[in-house]
Design a protein around this ligand. Structure first.
Ligand SMILES: Cc1cc2nc3c(=O)[nH]c(=O)nc-3n(C[C@H](O)[C@H](O)[C@H](O)COP(=O)(O)O)c2cc1C
Length: 134
């Protein structure tokens, strides 16, 4: 079973999470929504703010239950080339939750704009296809 959770301040990562959810047939929800059932894969996403992942997302990752989450697949958005990968991986490793090598990070997204272009939409579709066949 898969789950999708995101932290999104201005809506861009939420939009990405929803597009990914459509492809994977999984409902994307914010990190405020608890994970009740154990999941094989948690797709966990967030934006970059002042060169950092948001502290709410980091706290969420630090608090994840390793008996409920077998593996995390990271995704996210940013204006530039930054991602949440390093910070979140560090937190999750400490929690003994494996992080997949595959991830989906979209760049060039201006706050509130949701400016995901056609090429990036294709990237989401291709990423989801890879995730389905895993
Ligand atoms: C307060 C703030 C700070 C930001 N700082 C950065 C940054 O340091 N590096 C970057 O690449 N993008 C930065 N951005 C751009 C966001 O990462 C980008 O717009 C992202 O898609 C926002 O995600 P969200 O809409 O899910 O919150 C910043 C955006 C905001 C609102």
């Amino acid at each position: 079973m898969d789950a999708i959770r995101f932290y999104s301040r201005t809506g861009n990562t939420e939009k990405l999470a929803n597009l990914l959810g459509e492809q994977l047939h999984v409902k994307a929800e914010s990190i405020d929504s608890p994970i009740d059932e154990p999941v094989d894969r948690l797709f966990l996403g967030g934006g970059v703010y002042n060169m950092s992942a948001d502290k709410h997302l980091k706290a969420y990752a630090a608090d994840l239950d390793p008996t409920k989450v077998k593996e995390v697949i990271l995704f996210g958005t940013s204006g530039s080339v930054f991602t949440i990968e390093r910070q979140l991986t560090k937190v999750l490793k400490k929690r003994k939750i494996p992080v997949a090598d595959e991830h989906l990070f979209l760049h060039g997204l201006m706050p509130k704009m949701g400016n995901i272009n056609g090429h990036q939409k294709q990237e989401i579709i291709d990423f989801a296809k890879g995730a389905v066949t895993q």
